[in-house]
Design a binder for this molecule. Structure first.
Ligand code: GLV
Ligand code: MN
Ligand code: MN
Length: 404
């Protein structure tokens, strides 16, 4: 069994629901803590020096004698999942990073730059709503003062979640995990079918679509489901229902993406008109302007419907990420010059810590590993073992090119 397969087997049961096969690896929960502990042990077993920032972000460093601390090369990804997520989104990049170091060592590679494997916490924003929270805090894209106000679905503040996870929180004298990092290469399972269609096991990302999360709060008036005449109601569910249809149509017409995947209803009773519906729009488009236009179109239609329904609508942007073009030089260096031909270069509509590090001025690129169904953020997310091993080889080759 390869190092990759042995590690994959170790983490496979952590946070997996026996009922659905989906993963519940929300940040600062016991499942995610178990994975972080596993990662520290895996690093220590390889003689990698582990740095932690007190928030849950981690890096394991391979620092051969004479390697320059000013010019660090980082790989890695995240260990948290969406609710009922798949096994690969995130962990594939972390496990492949460790396996790539094993492979480089087995081949006798001695890097001239320190090579690190990073774990970024709360990449999915599944608990506190802000995507890539760990890398945003590391790069300063989000401040601790702003983050400490965030609450999860149960109303728990971020600082209290950290304390419950035995993490000390940010510290002015703690290590800066990104100090000296000049290059970042994240390996990730592909979240579409482009590599299947192209017949390649591995590809390189060119950039990330801008995307955002917007909370729609619709207020109505609670009333009796039997005695209230249909024409007398102020029903926020109607405003919400029409908004979902409008979002779907707007995105289909412009070739973009709009999804309502989360909704909360108050009081959520069968025999009452609800008083309030809160729903979250996830919108993505090929440019920042087209994203703004898409969200504007959906919001306008929601407002018009709210007026007809006698409800009130408030829209709040909770997490917005701008467009990302990965470093063209780095993309070219990774994609070309292979014995078997160039690796395909493709854009993605999914968000990643790589986007946050790129926006912070670090030369960044991503490798994608083929996903036979293209499905992601679902228990059906998959990659075949030979493709995962091709990914490890591709990452080892990339890290070797960039460090020797
Ligand atoms: C993260 O995977 C996202 O694209 O939301
Ligand atoms: Mn994801
Ligand atoms: Mn991911």
């Amino acid at each position: 069994m390869t190092d990759f397969e042995a590690m994959w087997r170790e983490i496979a049961p952590v946070g997996r629901s026996a009922a659905t096969g989906g993963y519940l690896r929300q940040p600062w929960t016991s499942a995610e803590g178990e994975l972080r502990a596993w990662f520290v042990e895996a690093c220590e077993g390889r003689g990698l020096r582990v740095e932690s920032d007190g928030l849950g972000n981690l890096v394991g460093w391979w620092e051969p004698a004479g390697s320059s601390p000013e010019d660090r090369l980082l790989t890695g990804s995240h260990l948290d999942s969406v609710l009922e997520g798949g096994a690969y989104d995130g962990p594939l990049g972390v496990v492949s990073g460790l396996a790539a170091i094993d492979r480089m060592r087995a081949l006798g590679v001695v890097p001239r730059r320190p090579v690190g494997v990073g774990v970024f916490v709360e990449e999915e924003g599944s608990r506190f709503g802000l995507a890539c929270l760990g890398s945003r805090l590391l790069t300063g894209a989000t401040t601790w003062e702003a983050a400490r106000e965030l609450r999860d679905r149960e109303g728990v503040f971020l600082a209290d979640a950290l304390e419950a996870a035995d993490l000390p929180g940010p510290s002015a004298d703690g290590p800066d995990l990104l100090a000296g990092v000049t290059t970042f290469v994240e390996l990730h399972v592909e979240q579409g079918r482009a590599l299947v269609d192209l017949g390649h096991a591995v590809g390189v990302a060119s950039g990330i679509w801008p995307h955002g999360r917007y909370r729609f709060d619709v207020e109505g008036v609670a009333d009796h489901a039997g005695t209230t005449r249909m024409e007398d109601r102020r029903d926020p569910m109607l405003t919400y229902a029409m908004t979902v249809l409008a979002a779907n149509k707007a995105a289909r017409l412009s070739g973009e993406r709009a999804t309502f995947g989360r909704v909360e209803v108050l009081p959520n009773g069968t025999n009452a008109v609800p008083s309030r519906v809160t729903a979250w729009l996830d919108a993505r488009a090929s440019s920042a302007d087209s994203l703004d236009a898409l969200v504007e179109r959906i919001t306008t239609q929601a407002r018009e419907r709210a007026e007809r329904d006698g409800t009130t609508l408030t829209v709040t942007a909770e997490s917005v990420s701008g467009p990302v073009s990965f470093d063209p030089d780095l993309v070219g260096r990774l994609a070309t010059g292979h014995a078997g031909g160039d690796w395909p270069v493709l854009p993605t509509q999914a968000g990643h810590d790589a986007g946050v590090l790129s926006a912070a001025g670090i030369a960044t690129a991503m490798l994608f590993v083929r996903n036979p169904t293209g499905v992601s953020h679902s228990p059906s997310e998959h990659a075949e073992v030979p493709d995962c091993l091709a990914g490890v080889d591709a990452l080892a080759e990339s890290l070797t090119r960039l460090s020797t």
